[in-house]
Write a protein that binds this ligand. Structure first.
Ligand code: GLV
Ligand code: MN
Ligand code: MN
Length: 416
């Protein structure tokens, strides 16, 4: 069984086919923000593949889709061994982020099926709604609801960046399912993902055995000033929301640099009103993304930002309010499962290293309810959330073969 291999041509083809949905012209990337028409089309395509594999499909109240493969098993009561990820993307996304984990899961099922291998536990492949958080915050919201971390009712009421209500968009694309939230707790959860950072490539390592995910803090800050004439308003008489937003963006960079270590800080979105060349901005809405592996350090960065905004508001005569969009503590994965990933990689002759994840993942939600770990494969140039994101077919084959081995191991183990 050790020599069983996934079909990397088939996996590569499916990645390419899914990437045609919402493809960004003249790039390899795609744009499938959660619950848009493109997301619906991508979902339907993946469900077709699940059905072709004879998987049982369950769609829950927040649109998470879980396909379960029972093989020849007649005992449907055994807990699922689950893999998967997400197929929504940021607006200017790559073709691998999330999609790889879902399609590699299907590839594992197909490999087992065509080789007549039917493990004891059913294997489930899920794709979870709105992992990116780019349209509806927080990120990982589908998996968060799946594990019971947020109520379905409050999730359906989340407003997107376009003012649309999540529940309405879910209905509109036909993915408000009947399966219960929270969903059945898996025996274990294992997710294959591209690293989205530079470490594996720099270390010339094929596989990351991910043992943790750093903490994530997202804040939306709204600054209310006063619009006025750009030519006639003396500098000392301005209530300039645009300037205040720029000050916050600069301060976020300063926090990250002064904190050092692995502290990162990003202002990825600034909306100015009325956004005109000759008008002092009356309003600015900006987002701040702060992350750290140490929650105490992250909390300190958050309070520095808060203090800065308070002082800025007084100095610039603007009103500043803030709203938390997402807040997740750092997560540690199950050591025995991380060891399983390491062992599988080594048994395939692949170099492997234990590492933390800089990006958020559905797996970090599953870690709340069951043994969980992740498998990383390298990202060229450390590039992600960019249409140019790239991982080679060979590297993907290696990662999917590790996933195959770990899933076989988990699905064959007797229940404790
Ligand atoms: C999800 O992709 C995140 O880490 O922002
Ligand atoms: Mn992802
Ligand atoms: Mn992403």
């Amino acid at each position: 069984m050790d020599t069983l291999q996934i079909n990397s041509e088939r996996l590569w083809r499916r990645i390419d086919e899914l990437a045609q949905v919402g493809a960004i012209a003249d790039t390899n990337g795609c744009s499938r923000l959660a619950l848009t028409d493109e997301d619906r089309e991508g979902r339907n395509l993946v469900i077709t593949w699940m059905e072709d594999l004879g998987m049982e499909i369950a769609i829950d109240g927040v649109g998470n889709v879980v396909g379960t493969w029972f093989g020849n098993s007649t005992d449907k009561s055994l807990p699922l061994v689950m893999t998967g990820s997400h197929i929504d993307t940021v607006r200017t996304g790559g073709r691998f982020d999330g999609n790889l984990g879902v399609l590699a899961g299907l590839e594992v099922v197909e490999t087992l099926a065509e080789n007549g291998i039917s493990p004891l536990h059913p294997i489930a492949v899920g794709f979870f709604t709105g992992e990116e958080g780019a349209r509806f915050a927080p990120d990982m919201l589908g998996s968060l609801v799946y594990v019971g971390g947020m109520s379905l009712e409050s999730t359906l009421d989340i407003e997107g960046i376009d003012g649309k209500r999540l529940g309405d968009e879910l209905e509109r694309i036909g993915f408000r399912g009947a399966a219960p939230c929270p969903g059945p707790i898996p025996k274990a959860f294992i997710e294959l993902h591209v690293e989205q950072g530079p470490i594996l490539e720099a270390d010339a390592t094929s596989i990351g055995a991910v043992d943790s995910v750093q903490g994530i803090s997202w804040t939306e800050i709204t600054i209310e000033g006063q619009s006025n004439h750009a030519g006639t308003t003396p500098m000392h008489m301005r209530h300039d929301a645009g300037f205040a937003a720029a000050q916050i963006a600069t301060f976020v960079r300063q926090i990250a640099l002064e904190t050092g270590g692995n502290q990162v800080g990003t202002v990825g979105k600034i909306d100015l009103h009325p956004n005109l060349v000759n008008v002092v901005a009356s309003k600015a809405v900006i987002t701040v993304d702060l992350r750290n592996t140490d929650d105490e350090v992250l909390q300190h960065a958050e309070s520095q930002l808060h203090e800065f905004c308070k002082a800025l508001s007084e100095r610039e005569n603007v009103e500043i309010t803030s709203k938390i969009l997402a807040r997740f503590e750092p997560v540690t994965f199950a050591q025995e499962l991380v060891a399983e990933v390491t062992k599988a990689a080594e048994s395939l002759g692949l170099s492997v290293q234990q590492m933390t994840s800089g990006a958020g993942h559905d797996a970090q939600m599953f870690a709340r309810v069951c043994p969980t770990a992740m498998i990383f494969v390298p990202s060229e140039g450390g590039l992600s959330h960019n249409p140019a994101e790239f991982t080679s077919q060979e590297q993907i084959k290696d990662g999917a073969n590790v996933l195959l081995q770990v899933l076989i191991q988990l699905a064959e183990e007797q229940n404790e």
